[in-house]
Structure formats: structure tokens, C-alpha cells
Design a protein around this ligand. Structure first.
Ligand code: GAL
Length: 670
């Protein structure tokens, strides 16, 4: 079978299924076994060559393509499409030896020593020249092969070189600042540099935030923005080379979208991706890993144009190897996680990696083919998943309907909230956002986790959790949403500073004070172990505030303590039926759930058996409803249509086995 990407605008004909493929770690005999097992499992796409720079460019300008030619041919002969990676995540030893200055320096000016990966400074021109040369060489050699269907630029850009503090970066940072501010006066004013007499008299005096001591948070924030832009510039330079050779091949890079502020600003990068792609790994310490899968999917969908499908480029079949204790997935979890990603809008399920490595830094990481080989439950699950994905091919291209709940998430706001000294340095931005997501997720609400500049039309509830940095335009649009009849929930630590990280004066949260009809005079962060109780029985920890509710109704007040009798949660009614709720305290998750429940109109989805998640994708003619049973009990839900994985009609009761997934195909309205 030969496959041509010209047939379709998605790189594979069916849902993409496969992995990072690292044949360079194995003898050629193993390659034959690889393609046999891939074919058996239904693999149709592999990411090839990700860390292979030193294996094809064996010395400066000297190329050995033989092994890659052979594997590219072998994959072509077996009908397996290639997502070809530029290998720039792993600069070769000869390059680092000849140009040690390309290594990034950390905030204490210590180099990232060779021996790992992503050991390069994003602003280094020497590195850029070499990186673009290998990208061009690859594109010219393989880009026109029919089964090479997409480009994978580098790997997880920023994962290791997200911030570089070297002199080259410092010079590039100064140029970036000159372009942004124009004059030193404007910069000094924006950053408030008069504090500690730091007023700059020359751009040359500005340095990245080196060292561990407290720095001006505005400087730190601009350095975060600059660092994201420098890595994006690198991606764009590689992209331009690839497009100049193969204008029609989609180009992407793998994001690491999760719940904490990312090392780069992914929503601002997304528009430069032909396919928006993500790597997602759950953590052993996460009490709710399935919600983390949902959270990343709900973020990814908001990064594609009009909720088009995205692609999961990496996740794990079982345990990873980079956590303190690496949890193996339980029976059914591999398939359940994968199909949840599809339900959340991914049209591809790929893993790190195809075959578990025998040697090297990740030798104990799970893979599609484990160390024990093919006669394993894990490989059998991989084959079952492959069959499921083939069955689910009609889902391709369908999109999630408009969600009812929008939750704002912004990397810049996260950087601003966590950079510099803060009233409670133990708070996590991601935790605050995820608590709100978890509440609506438990209610089976459709959710999108959106950047603040998104169009808010169509949502019923807009949650603004911990949006520490809020610019005037966002504040005005959130207000407009409530005035047009929407429900807005603002949590503590939202709207505190403007885009220059300058506190909005006159009472917190300055950006939303007028909308909320309530304001905070003073933060009252709690000490470790300290808790509070409200007069409706809700409890919480970590954060309280001294709030004045002037034009808002008080929903709950503190009981006892120095805030006894004072407002903790307020609500202001607006004319068109809209309202603005202020949550000034760190509520426990049960209280967030109770509050979330009071904010949405009940739907039938809220009454599904405990632990059953419902996800909907649609195209013009059909609806695909994914029922994902995260619980340990069999469940019964009501559904009508054709169940795709068992190929049985359903009219009424649909049984979903414990830990299993069912997908019901029905007419357009569903
Ligand atoms: C990813 C990375 C892969 C592999 C994987 C292990 O972050 O892109 O190369 O290291 O983690 O979980």
C-alpha cells in the first residue's frame, strides 16, 4: 500500500496510531520484527529520527544516510507513514565540542553539560545555522517521499532550554526589550524600576534575572515572554526551511500542555502549527489522573481553529521513568486514557515509544512493545486499541459542540502569579484552575479551557480562576460577557496586576472590582494547617481576604476567627440576567463542586452514574458520544444509536463495563 498525503488534509487515512520510533537503538533484525508487530497492531504513523542528529551527520557536514534510507524504505514498503522529526533536540557531540558556547546557562550561569538533550541556547546564531542545515538536508532527502506525511520540529522545545541566561541571550533580550518599549523611559516606567533605585540609564545595563535573589517581577515576566518568543523564533526558522522544500507537508512540534504554566506560551504558539499536537503524561501523585487527561484535552481544543481535531503525539502505555515512583497503569487504563483523548478531540493516539529501550536514560520507560515482548497483556492491549481506533475512523474530523463552561487559562498570568515573592508562595496556579475544572468535570459539563483573548460567545459560565495578570481589554470583555447575561465567577488572585505586572490600585481585584461590586482591602493568607468554615458549612484553607461587599449580595460569610461575620463569597446580579460571583477564599474541592453546581442549569448528564464521563463529537450528519467509565463498577446509561466498539444497536440501556469505554454513533442531533 502506498499512501499519499495529497489525498487528505489529515496526515493519515484513519485515526493516527503509533509512536516515537527509535530503530537506531536496535539491530536490523529487530526492524523486521518491528514492522511485523506494527502491522499486526494497526500502527499507521511513527515519529522518526527525533534524536538522531549525531547518527546522520556524523561529523561537521559529513552525512551517513544509509541506515535512515533503509528504515524509511522499510516503513514505506509496509505502508507505515512517517512523521519525520528534525533532530535538533539532540545536538551531536562534535557540534558541542567545537562550539561549547551553544550550551544554555542556568540562572547561576552554570552550563547544561552535554550528555542529555536540548542543550542549546535558543538565541545562539551558530546553533541556528547548524540546525537549519540539518533540517534542510532532511527535507531535501526525504520530504518528497509519499509516505513522509508530516514534520515534527525538534522535540518539546523548552523542555530543558526554556530559559537561558547566557550573554548571547542577554543581548537578544535587550534587543527584544528595545523593540517592545522603544525607549528606556517607557521601560523604566512600565517596570517601576525606581524601586531600590534600579532605574536603567542604558539598555546595556539590563541583564536577565540571574541569581536566586528577589528580582523585579516585571523583569522576570518579560524574560519569560522573551524566552517563549526566542524558542518560537527557532521553531519558525525551522518551519520556514521545511516549507521552502515541502510547502504542502504539515509542520508541527509537540507541546507539553498540562495544568501548570507552561515553559512557553502554547496558545500563542498554536497559530503557527498546521496540526496542534500534544504530549501528555499523568503523574503518579495525581489523585485524579483522568481529570488531568480531560484538562489537557479541554485546553488543546481551545487552541485549534474552530475546535478542529488535534493530535496526541506522545503518552505512555504504562509507567514513565522520570517520577520518584513510577506507577504502572492498571488494566484497561491504557485504552481508557487513549479513547478519552479521542473523545476530547484528538484524531491521533501516539506513544513514547514503540519498543522499550534496553539501554540509555529511559531504559525503564514503558512502550508499545515492552521488554518482555509481544506475549504480554500490554502488547495485546495495544493491538485491541489499534482495532478500536480503526473502528472509530468515522469519528475523524468531527468536533466538539460549543461548551457551556469556559475556564480562562493564561501562561503569562501563571508566570506572573508564581514569579517573584507573593503573599502565599505555596499556591499553585494550576491547582486553582484545576479545582474549578474538576468541579465542572464531575458534573459532566462540557468545558473549554481558553486563553483570555478567545471569543466568549456561546458560553453560559465563564470562570476566571487565579488570572493574576489581567489586561484592560480582557477585563472589559469579561464584564461585557456578564452584562450580556452570562455568569462570571472570579476567584481570588485574579485581576491583581496589569500587563506590566503593576498592581491595580484602589482595592483588589482591580480589574474586576466594578463588575463584582465587591473589593478586597487586604489579603489574609492562612498558615499551613489553618482552615476556615463558612456559615453555609463550606470549608477551606490557604487563602482568605478582608472583603467589602458594597453592591453585591453575600452568599457565604466566615464563622469565627478574625474574619468572623465578614463576606467570603459574593454575587452581583446584572440587568440582562447576568451575574458576577466573587470567590475570595481557598475553598475545598467539595465546596467548589457545590458552588459550581449552583451556577449551571442541570442537564441529564449530571445524573449519570458516578465516575462515568461523557464526551461528544459531531459532524454535519452524526453525533459520536463517548461514555468513559472511570469507576470500578459496571454502569448503565441511557443511549440510542449504534455502539461502535461492540457493533451493537442500543436503544435504552447501554452497559459500560467497569473501567471501559463505549462510543455511540447516532444522528446529527444525538
Ligand atoms: C517526553 C519526551 C520523550 C520521552 C518521554 C518520556 O517528554 O518528549 O522523548 O522522554 O517524555 O516520558
Amino acid at each position: 500500500m502506498t499512501w499519499s498525503h495529497a489525498d487528505n488534509d489529515w496526515p493519515t487515512r484513519g485515526l493516527s496510531f503509533g509512536a516515537d520510533y527509535n530503530p537506531e537503538q536496535w539491530d536490523k533484525e529487530v526492524w523486521k520484527d518491528d514492522v511485523r508487530l506494527m502491522t499486526q497492531a494497526g500502527v499507521n504513523l511513527v515519529s522518526l529520527g527525533i534524536f538522531s542528529w549525531g547518527l546522520v551527520e556524523v561529523a561537521d557536514g559529513e552525512f551517513d544516510w544509509e541506515w535512515m534510507d533503509e528504515i524509511v524504505d522499510l516503513l514505506a514498503d509496509n505502508g507505515i507513514a512517517v512523521d519525520l522529526a528534525t533532530p535538533t533536540a539532540a545536538p551531536p557531540g562534535w557540534l558541542l565540542a567545537a562550539h561549547p558556547e551553544v550550551s544554555p546557562l542556568d540562572h547561576d550561569m552554570r552550563p547544561r553539560w552535554p550528555g542529555s538533550r536540548l542543550g542549546w541556547c535558543p538565541s545562539n546564531p551558530v546553533f541556528r545555522t547548524y540546525a537549519l542545515r540539518i533540517a534542510r538536508a532532511l527535507a531535501e532527502r526525504y520530504g518528497h517521499r509519499d509516505h513522509v506525511v508530516m514534520w515534527h520540529v525538534s522535540n518539546e522545545l523548552g523542555g530543558g532550554n526554556g530559559r537561558c541566561y547566557c550573554d548571547t541571550s542577554a543581548a537578544a533580550f535587550r534587543t527584544w526589550l528595545e523593540n517592545k518599549y522603544g525607549t528606556l523611559d517607557a521601560l523604566n516606567k512600565a517596570w517601576g524600576t525606581a524601586f531600590w533605585g534600579h532605574t536603567y540609564r542604558d539598555f546595556a545595563y539590563i541583564l536577565p534575572p540571574r541569581g536566586n535573589e528577589s528580582k523585579n517581577p516585571a523583569l522576570v515576566l518579560d524574560f519569560d515572554r522573551f524566552s517563549s518568543d526566542e524558542l518560537l523564533a527557532h521553531y519558525l526558522a525551522e518551519r520556514e526551511v521545511l516549507k521552502s522544500v515541502t510547502p504542502d507537508l504539515p509542520v508541527t512540534t509537540n507541546f507539553m500542555v498540562g495544568a501548570e504554566p507552561d515553559c512557553v506560551d502554547y496558545p500563542r504558539w498554536a497559530r503557527h502549527m498546521d496540526i496542534v499536537a500534544n504530549d501528555h503524561y499523568t503523574r503518579s501523585s495525581d489523585p485524579l489522573p483522568e481529570q488531568d487527561v480531560a484538562f489537557s484535552g479541554d485546553r488543546m481544543r481551545a487552541m485549534t481553529t474552530e475546535r478542529r481535531p488535534w493530535m496526541l503525539l506522545e503518552h505512555s502505555t504504562s509507567a514513565v521513568s522520570w517520577q520518584p515512583r513510577n506507577r504502572a497503569k492498571t488494566a484497561g487504563e491504557l485504552i481508557r486514557n487513549s479513547l478519552s483523548h479521542v473523545g476530547h478531540g484528538s484524531d491521533g493516539i501516539l506513544f513514547f515509544q514503540w519498543r522499550a529501550s534496553a539501554s540509555g536514560a529511559e531504559q525503564f520507560h514503558s512502550a508499545m512493545v515492552p521488554h518482555a515482548g509481544e506475549n504480554t497483556d500490554l502488547y495485546r492491549d495495544v493491538c485491541t486499541l489499534g482495532r478500536h481506533l480503526q473502528t472509530l475512523a468515522p469519528v475523524m474530523g468531527s468536533r466538539a459542540p460549543q461548551a457551556r463552561v469556559g475556564i480562562l487559562f493564561d501562561d503569562e498570568a501563571g508566570w506572573a502569579m508564581t514569579g517573584g515573592v507573593k503573599p502565599n508562595n505555596h499556591l499553585s496556579y494550576g491547582r486553582i484552575v484545576r479545582d474549578w475544572h474538576a468541579a465542572f468535570w464531575r458534573l459532566n459539563e462540557s468545558i473549554e479551557v481558553l486563553p483570555p483573548w478567545s471569543d466568549f460567545t456561546g458560553y453560559e459560565v465563564l470562570v476566571v480562576p487565579g488570572l493574576f495578570l489581567t489586561d484592560d481589554e480582557t477585563a472589559a470583555r469579561v464584564k461585557g460577557f456578564a452584562e450580556a447575561g452570562g455568569t462570571v465567577v472570579v476567584s481570588y488572585l485574579s485581576g491583581i496586576v496589569d500587563e506590566h505586572d503593576r498592581v491595580r490600585l484602589g482595592g483588589y481585584p482591580g480589574a474586576f472590582r466594578e463588575l463584582l461590586g465587591a473589593w478586597c482591602e487586604e489579603f489574609r493568607p492562612l498558615q499551613e494547617g489553618e482552615t476556615f468554615t463558612l456559615d453555609n458549612g463550606w470549608t477551606g484553607a490557604e487563602w482568605t481576604e478582608l472583603v467589602h461587599a458594597e453592591e453585591a449580595e453575600v452568599i457565604a460569610r466566615y464563622v469565627g476567627g478574625h474574619l468572623g461575620g465578614r463576606p467570603a463569597i459574593t454575587s452581583r446580579a446584572l440587568e440582562a440576567g447576568g451575574r458576577a460571583v466573587y470567590v475570595s477564599a481557598g475553598l475545598d474541592s467539595d465546596a467548589v463542586l457545590a458552588l459550581a453546581r449552583s451556577l449551571v442549569r442541570p442537564t441529564s448528564m449530571a445524573n449519570l452514574p458516578n465516575g462515568v464521563e461523557v464526551l461528544v463529537r459531531r459532524n454535519d450528519d452524526e453525533t459520536f458520544t463517548f461514555f468513559v467509565n472511570h469507576s470500578g463498577n459496571d454502569a448503565v446509561v441511557e443511549a440510542h444509536g449504534q455502539e461502535m466498539l461492540t457493533d451493537e444497536p442500543v436503544s435504552g440501556d447501554l452497559h459500560i463495563p467497569a473501567g471501559g469505554v463505549r462510543v455511540v454513533r447516532s444522528g446529527a442531533v444525538g
